[in-house]
Design a protein around this ligand. Structure first.
Ligand code: SF4
Ligand code: SF4
Length: 232
């Protein structure tokens, strides 16, 4: 950069994500949670794209066609952003693994209904929010109205202070709203297994049996729409 200071890699990544539709970015130390086969990638780049409030606010007793389409469109954007970040990192001399926006890998290591790496964990470790009683990331400003992406890398990025405790307090609106009784109501803290908060099978079975007419039962969103955080 003639006459100026070379931008730090963190700044370049943040700009790339925000310029391409991301809303929040956090850098996290994921040591202890590395993906098997990718042990050298010990830093996470967590980011989120905001969902349309207009669409989410229409979810009441079940998902809408608009929500299903929006969900898939935002997932595509998440994947596009992840790929662009990975290209930038690779051009800068580092390795990068963009984690799929939404992909369940049923393996012994990952467990059922889980992806290669938890976007929510990358986000809490990156200081972006806490896990709500609805098992979503709750950002203090945008609430659960974001979909998340993660890129794992070996680039030496300056990482954030993790968030380790819930701020849901006495609220249980999402728990009460879940028609599958899939949410236990337990307060999240760093390290507790997802099963303590969410019965993933009950959630999935409910969606499959009740929302076949919308996205073949792959989305719901009731517990997301119930949350007061992020509402304007
Ligand atoms: S997505 Fe629907 S079924 Fe699943 S936990 Fe939330 S409200 Fe319950
Ligand atoms: S609805 Fe209430 S309990 Fe559920 S995630 Fe939001 S703040 Fe937490």
């Amino acid at each position: 950069m003639p006459g100026g200071k070379e931008k730090r890699l963190e700044e370049k990544i943040r700009e790339l994500i925000l310029d391409n539709g991301g809303e929040i970015v956090g850098f996290s130390d994921i040591r202890g949670y590395e993906v098997a086969g990718y042990e050298a990638l010990d830093t996470g780049i967590a980011y989120g794209v905001r969902l349309s409030e207009a669409i989410v606010s229409q979810i009441d007793r079940g998902p809408t066609h608009e929500y299903f389409h929006h969900y898939r469109t935002v997932n595509r954007l998440i994947d596009d952003i992840g790929l662009k970040v990975a290209v930038l990192l690779q051009r800068s001399g580092y390795r990068a693994l963009p984690v799929a926006a939404s992909q369940s890998i049923n393996s012994k290591a990952a467990g059922a209904y889980e992806g290669l790496f938890s976007h929510r964990m990358a986000a809490t470790l990156g200081g972006l929010g806490w896990i709500g009683k609805n098992n979503s990331l709750i950002h203090p400003v945008f609430g659960p109205g974001l979909r998340l992406g993660t890129v794992l890398t070996n680039a030496p990025l300056k990482v954030a202070q993790p968030i380790t405790a819930s701020q849901c307090g006495d609220c249980s609106l999402c728990v009460d709203a879940c028609p599958a009784l899939a949410l236990s109501g337990m307060d999240w803290e760093a390290g507790i297994p997802r099963e303590m908060i969410l019965d993933a099978r009950a959630c999935s079975e409910h969606m499959k049996h009740h929302y076949q007419h919308i996205g073949r039962g792959a989305v719901c969103g009731i517990c997301l729409a119930a949350c007061p955080y992020g509402r304007t």
